[in-house]
Ligand binder design. Structure first.
Ligand SMILES: [Zn+2]
Ligand SMILES: [Zn+2]
Length: 366
């Protein structure tokens, strides 16, 4: 079928919205009509080349929509199901899945980073030439073909745009607090970077009952947003940030520091901003090949812990549903996270707004 999609043809280029071909779902796959796709920084890493990926590719990995067709052998889903898309599907059988670390599943990682489906081929093409799928989803498009295990069924009463942001930013941020770090009540938390993931991290810290929640960002608008979601203090990012965090935490540094950007220099500041015995959690994606200086002399003597958090250490089929329930119970103010909606044709404007800090989370609506 012919669909309209946002295609990245080359590093440094603009996204081109145009008609491409999408094959029917094969065995174990489904066709989803996309209703909403969040504008996430991880897509932008392909534009800048910080993430290496085969091109041309259709971007988008924070999507939700309705299933319109089932491939052979799909038994766990139905046409008409409302779904949030999970960019880290898992097999349930590999080394990591058997140990409960499904976000590290070995089965889907290879094909996903090659931009293809499990059989090694993409479903997208143009004039007979392959177009690759970012994150196995490619949901900046009217329709997607994805593995059935990438679909998490959501309540039909949940708005699609909320299901979409649960699919990446919300799970990455809240999961990093509740699942990766298991933040304790009454603790102190600092969050570096208050985009969609960082603001979700603030929401997670509120859910965990943290007493002090310090938001750090360069944009005043994002610091305001963090206060709106429950941050108790704000600090302007820069050379003085560590000193200000220490002042707010009786001179010691915070119990938990979250880095939701992926910037090596900021990651180093995070280590300084953690108290001795504290934990530093990196949830922002860094450029492939970048490195961060984490001095052993400090880690050992001050017993600081540094943890990576990928997709909030979540189990999407379970945790997406939990986050949807929290939203519907009024405990996650996700309506206030989405501050601007765009059409697919406005996709370049949407990414420009993301970079300038003009929006909390933008969503492309179909
Ligand atoms: Zn994302
Ligand atoms: Zn697995």
């Amino acid at each position: 079928m012919k669909i309209r999609a946002a295609v990245l043809d080359q590093v440094g280029g603009k996204l081109s919205v145009r008609e491409v071909d999408l094959q029917a779902p094969q065995a174990g796959e489904v066709l989803v009509k996309i209703a909403a796709c969040g504008v996430c920084h991880s897509d932008w890493h392909l534009v800048t080349g910080e993430t290496k990926h085969p091109l041309p590719a259709v971007l988008g990995h924070e999507g939700a929509g309705v299933i319109t067709e089932l491939g052979a052998g799909v038994t766990t889903l139905s046409v008409g199901d409302h779904v949030a898309l999970n960019w880290a599907p898992y097999c349930g059988e590999c080394f990591y899945c058997q140990r409960g670390k499904v976000n590290l599943c070995e089965a889907y990682v290879g094909p996903m980073w090659a931009g293809v489906m499990q059989d090694g081929t993409p479903r997208l093409s143009e004039n007979g030439q392959p177009i690759y799928h970012y994150c196995g989803l490619a949901c900046l498009a009217e329709y997607v073909v994805v593995p059935d295990v990438s679909c998490v069924v959501m309540p039909p009463s949940l708005p699609h745009e909320i299901a979409a942001v649960i699919g990446c930013a919300v799970t990455t941020g809240i999961g990093s607090v509740l699942i990766t770090a298991k933040v304790e009540a009454d603790s102190s938390v600092a969050v570096f970077g208050c985009g969609g993931v960082g603001l979700s991290t603030v929401m997670g810290a509120v859910l965990a009952g943290a007493k002090t929640i310090i938001a750090v960002d360069v944009h005043a608008s994002r610091l305001e947003a963090a206060m709106d979601f429950g941050a108790t203090h704000t600090v302007v990012a820069g050379a003085n940030a560590v000193g200000e965090i220490k002042e707010l935490t009786e001179g010691r540094g915070a119990d938990y520091i979250f880095e939701a950007i992926g910037n090596p220099k900021v990651q180093e500041q995070c280590l300084d901003a953690a108290r001795p015995g504290g934990e530093v959690i990196f949830s922002g994606l860094s450029a492939m090949g970048s490195s961060t200086n984490l001095p052993g002399a400090v880690l050992v003597r001050q017993e600081k812990t540094v943890k990576g958090s990928y997709y909030g250490s979540a189990n999407p089929p379970l945790d997406f549903v939990e986050f949807a329930k929290l939203y519907q119970a009024g405990r996650l103010p996700l309506d206030r996270l989405i501050t601007k909606r765009y059409s697919l044709d406005q996709v370049n404007e949407a990414y420009a707004d993301m970079l300038s800090g003009a929006v909390r989370r933008g969503v492309i609506e179909f």
